[in-house]
Write a protein that binds this ligand. Structure first.
Ligand SMILES: [Zn+2]
Ligand SMILES: [Zn+2]
Length: 177
């Protein structure tokens, strides 16, 4: 009985070879799937970072030709920003620029002034006047207050033409800005 069982438990060389073949095939398939997914990921990632189809294909080829090394080369060399991020940054910069451009400037010296100022802090150019009735800030050329309809005296836009409204305005407005 024992003599008959022992030779059956030892696998033959043919069996070992087939087990090893299956093992290598499974490992190879897993590695190939991983490699292929890295190539696809690289192509997609590059497509988010560059509109150039040549650059997208070259990035995918780099990872395909240099398996598992190419991906590190790609990660080092790829554009740092995606197209969406670049677009967002451009929008932010444009908004910032627009904000600076939209800030009122003194017609006398051209420097940026605070919208609450009645005269320019730099050159004393009159910028706005207060309503004689409701003390809202009005443009110099307005002859009637749009808030309370009170008629307004004409104010010249010349420097030091109207010192009275500047005097009753507390100086802390100028200091704040
Ligand atoms: Zn000025
Ligand atoms: Zn008024």
């Amino acid at each position: 009985m024992r003599l008959q069982l022992q030779p059956m438990q030892l696998p033959s060389t043919g069996e070992i070879a087939s087990i090893l073949t299956t093992l290598f095939a499974v490992c190879g398939a897993v590695i190939a799937a991983f490699w292929l997914s890295l190539v696809i990921w690289t192509f997609r990632d590059m497509r988010r970072r560059s509109r150039d189809p040549f650059a997208q294909i070259m990035a995918a080829i780099l990872v395909a030709v240099l398996p598992f090394v190419g991906i590190f080369v790609y990660l080092i060399l790829r554009p740092p920003e995606t197209l969406a991020e670049r677009y967002e940054r451009a929008l932010e910069e444009e908004a910032l620029l627009q904000e600076i451009e939209e800030r009122p400037r003194c017609p006398g010296c051209g420097r940026i002034v605070d919208p609450r100022w009645q005269i320019c802090a730099h050159c004393e150019q009159p910028l706005q006047k207060r309503c004689v009735h409701c003390v809202e800030l009005l443009e110099l050329s307005w002859t009637r207050c749009p808030f309370c309809t009170a008629p307004q005296p004409m104010v010249s836009a010349e420097i030091s033409a109207n010192p009275a409204p500047a005097a009753d305005e507390p100086t802390d407005v100028a200091i704040q800005s």
